[in-house]
Design a protein around this ligand. Structure first.
Ligand SMILES: [Fe+2]
Length: 222
């Protein structure tokens, strides 16, 4: 996967193992050990990929508290935690959870909102979340139509209307949901512009990595 990422134009990656309170896989010494092992392997195989760590945190009411306590990790120790939700819901609980994370002093990046059924049904939720201060990460696969027509359409209009902050791989393996990013870059350049591709794939991800402020977004409201 690392070699594939590099071959597809990626130079740095934040790896984000799932973190679900139900499974109790917190940011433990185990993960730190994995990180060291992974970095050693990259060196051994001479793969020029810079590696950073984070988590894809399943949203729940205690996420803010757990982040403060150091039991959950943000992206590269920034103010930005990557937070996902279940695919079904009402949007109400999700909004409350995001609000609580913000009140703990973090700026959540909502993982693949275009895939949530309730966001597909009420994209106005993105106005609420955006106004609250949340950021939005879109999956490469959504833009390429791998997660169905509704996710494809919503991801496209999120980029088109200025809601997208970051496009990421959501990579899970070297065969399905891969870290190959060359195709989505090409798609963004062709359908939108080089500037859009650069912003979503390089400029904004770097800001997050360096824990810098994100620009206020100008959106065409849903
Ligand atoms: Fe996810």
């Amino acid at each position: 996967m690392a070699q594939m990422a590099v071959d597809g134009g990626v130079s740095a990656m934040i790896v984000t193992p799932h973190c679900n309170m139900r499974y109790q896989n917190f940011y433990t010494p185990d993960l730190i050990e994995h990180k060291r092992h992974f970095q050693n392997m990259l060196r051994e195989y001479q793969i020029p990929l810079k590696l950073y760590f984070g988590m894809e945190i399943m949203g729940s009411y205690d996420v803010g508290q757990q982040l403060r306590a150091g039991r959950l990790a943000t992206l590269n120790d920034s103010r930005y935690p990557l937070v996902e939700f279940h695919f079904t819901g009402s949007g109400q609980e999700e909004t409350e959870i995001l609000d609580s994370i913000l009140r703990h002093g973090y700026r959540p990046i909502v993982a693949h909102p275009e895939r949530y059924l309730y966001v597909q049904e009420q994209p106005e939720l993105l106005n609420t979340w955006g106004e609250m201060g949340c950021l939005f990460q879109i999956n490469r696969g959504s833009l390429l139509g791998r997660f169905g027509q509704r996710a494809e359409e919503l991801s496209y209009s999120m980029v088109d209307r200025g809601y997208a902050d970051v496009v990421a791989s959501d990579a899970h393996s070297a065969t399905q949901r891969t870290p190959w990013m060359a195709d989505v870059r090409e798609m963004l350049e062709e359908e939108f512009s080089q500037e859009v591709a650069y912003t979503l794939l390089e400029k904004n991800p770097r800001r997050i990595l360096e824990d810098r402020d994100m620009p206020k977004r100008m959106v065409n409201w849903f």
